[in-house]
Design a protein around this ligand. Structure first.
Ligand code: UD2
Ligand code: MN
Length: 593
């Protein structure tokens, strides 16, 4: 039979040439600025640059392929580190605008959908515990302002999915006059279409803040127990029964779950250590270690722990007792201070505040609050002043010693709150300090608010898995600090490799951090994925300092969802940047001796 070897050769050559041409032309496209509504401008790859993934990679197939849809997401307990992968400019916009509006990775949140499995973070002894069947019913109150739709719905569905229906009287969503119209419309439509009658939506006609917002929610509730949650939480296995049990035994017990950590950058869910609430004289909440006396007993870390204060967002309380005890101070605005106010009031006026180690609820901890107050005031100072004047007696001087400028500041009318204190025959603040928080040092201001994740990291250095220089396979140059790495933060560039140079020595550890010269971590800006990578002090909480090394030699940034690449291989400047992962040589790196 006749066969045209010439034709075959020509067509193969042409295909190859075309392939190489397209690769090169796409690689050399510069980054450009695209303005986005709202005045902010973000850097995108130009439209011509299409990522070479046309099919979704393996981790997106199978049960995970319906992003944002409910079915198929249920088995995603283990998050792929590549959950935040950016494939095109739409992803990039969702991520960057999401950070701007919500201060967490909304791209990953959307991809997770409204249901997901969580690691069961309870002590194994909790799993064998039995709870009464006839527990009081709960009204869950979730107050929100401008929340990301997917985070709000995951909060809501986690409650519906993980609460026995005879214990869930209702869920009350309080929309605190959110500004995002798409959030309002989507939520209305979703509730009508998908949610059981148990879910009620209340809308504030004006912005009230979370304190009055919760009071409005509570006034609509009819269940026996009120459970408050933030709008970016996920409740874990068997979360409610351990909270309701102590309330059933003692209606004056106010209980908090352990607040597990949902990373703002990766949405991964991890266990929190068992700590309890305290505060400092700046009236900031802080976490304290649990005194040994509280951990005693045969059951160890599964019994309720007395806590001097609560973090604020997540707690359960008998509804009638909430009303008797004076709800909240309705003169407090927007955010801050109400958590210490209710904590002092509970203890000083005959109640108890407990942390329940067997109840776990995750919360997205953000590095900044993405919203302000309507008038731009510092509501934390206003609220703290009210708290100090009503509850702290002579100890308010400790606060004024730190904030002298607030001494003469107006804090509104507190007569109603003073009447509450009188009506309930509450103890003095000195009694509270002596009996409930004897650890508090009087006259010495102490540490600032910190989440346990940061407190505990210092104890252990993660194990180094690999050491070496970080060589780019296209240019055969190595990643180094632009200045001296011993100096503070700065950007990174590629230079000629030198195996003797200690300042080219990287360590890759089990936390997936890349540490240069034993000092600083390779880091990305959390808000702007288009900023170049840089060196920063290691913060030990993953996300913006978490890199995966491996498949096809790419160096993938977990929070930004992109790969590290040399930008202009022919220039001598040695600039590097993040780009959509495309498998090109410019994006290939090897950690080698
Ligand atoms: C913590 C508490 C939070 C609250 C705050 C002090 C936890 C996990 N979170 O701060 O519940 O006690 O300390 O005040 O303990 N919101 C409104 N209207 C507003 C502002 C906020 O509805 O004007 C909502 C918001 O959408 C969220 C909740 O209130 O669902 C708490 O706000 P946050 O998440 O910004 O507070 P957070 O966690 O930094
Ligand atoms: Mn919160």
């Amino acid at each position: 039979r006749y066969f045209c070897y010439g034709c075959l050769f020509t067509s193969v050559t042409w295909t190859l040439l075309l392939f190489i041409y397209f690769n090169l032309s796409q690689e050399s496209q510069p980054l450009k600025n695209v303005p986005v509504k709202g005045g902010q401008s973000f850097k995108y790859f130009p439209r011509k640059f299409q990522p070479r993934f046309t099919r979704s990679p393996s981790w997106l197939q199978g049960p995970n392929q319906h992003w944002g849809k409910e079915e198929g997401r249920k088995k995603a307990a283990e998050l792929s580190p590549e959950m935040g992968m950016i494939f095109n400019e739409v992803d990039q916009e969702v991520r960057d605008v999401g950070y701007h509006k919500h201060a967490f990775n909304v791209l990953i949140s959307n991809r997770l959908g409204y249901h997901r499995e969580l690691p069961d973070t309870r002590n194994t002894k909790c799993k064998g515990k039995l709870y009464p069947v006839d527990l009081p019913s709960a009204s869950v109150v979730i107050c929100f302002f401008n929340e990301a739709f997917s985070a709000l719905l995951r909060t809501l569905h986690s409650v519906l999915d993980r609460t026995p229906s005879h214990l869930l009287h209702e869920v009350i969503l309080v929309d605190d006059n959110s500004e995002f119209t798409d959030l309002k419309e989507e939520l209305d439509a979703y509730i009508k279409k998908n949610l059981p009658g148990k879910v009620k939506l209340v809308r504030n006609a004006k912005r009230e803040g979370l304190i009055r917002g919760r009071m409005i929610g509570a006034s609509q509730a009819t269940g026996e127990v009120l459970v408050f949650l933030d709008s970016h939480c996920e409740v874990n296995e068997m979360w409610l029964q351990p909270l309701l049990t102590p309330i059933k035994e003692d209606r004056r017990a106010v209980v908090c779950p352990v607040i597990d950590i949902i990373s703002a950058d990766t949405l991964s869910y991890s266990s929190s250590p068992i700590v309890r609430g305290g505060f400092n004289w700046g009236l900031h909440f802080k976490w304290d270690p649990v005194p040994l006396s509280e951990l005693n007993g045969p059951e160890g870390a599964t019994v309720p722990i007395r806590s001097p204060t609560m973090a604020g967002g997540l707690f359960a309380m008998d509804r009638k007792y909430f009303n008797e005890l004076g709800q909240y101070d309705s003169g407090m605005d927007i955010w801050g201070g109400e958590n210490l106010e209710i904590s002092f009031r509970i203890w000083m006026c005959g109640g108890r505040l407990l942390i329940i180690p067997c109840s776990r609820v995750g919360h997205i901890f953000r590095k900044r609050r993405p919203y302000g107050s309507p008038g731009g005031q510092d509501t934390m100072a206003h609220n703290s002043l009210r708290l100090a004047h009503v509850w702290m007696d002579e100890y308010k001087e400790q606060y004024f010693a730190l904030r002298p400028e607030l001494r003469s500041r107006n804090y509104g009318d507190i007569s109603e709150r003073l009447a509450v204190r009188k009506r309930l025959h509450c103890n003095s603040f000195k009694w509270y300090l002596d009996h409930i928080y004897p650890e508090m040092q009087v006259s010495a201001p102490n540490a600032k608010a910190q989440h346990p994740v940061f407190v505990n990291k210092g104890l252990r250095r993660p194990k180094v898995l690999q050491r070496g220089r970080l060589r780019n396979l296209l240019t055969s140059t190595c990643l180094v600090a632009q200045g001296r790495p011993s100096e503070k933060a700065g950007i990174v560039v590629v230079r000629d490799c030198d195996s003797e140079d200690p300042e080219q020595a990287w360590a890759y550890d089990e936390e997936q951090e890349l540490i240069l010269a034993g000092l600083l971590c390779l880091d990305m800006s959390e808000t702007r994925s288009s900023d170049p990578p840089r060196l920063m002090k290691c913060h030990g909480s993953g996300g913006t300092q978490q890199w995966t090394l491996g498949r096809s030699n790419r160096l993938y940034q977990v929070s930004v969802g992109q790969c590290l690449m040399v930008v202009d291989p022919l220039s001598h400047k040695g600039y590097v940047a993040m780009g959509i992962c495309n498998g090109s040589k410019a994006q290939q790196w090897r950690l080698e001796d």
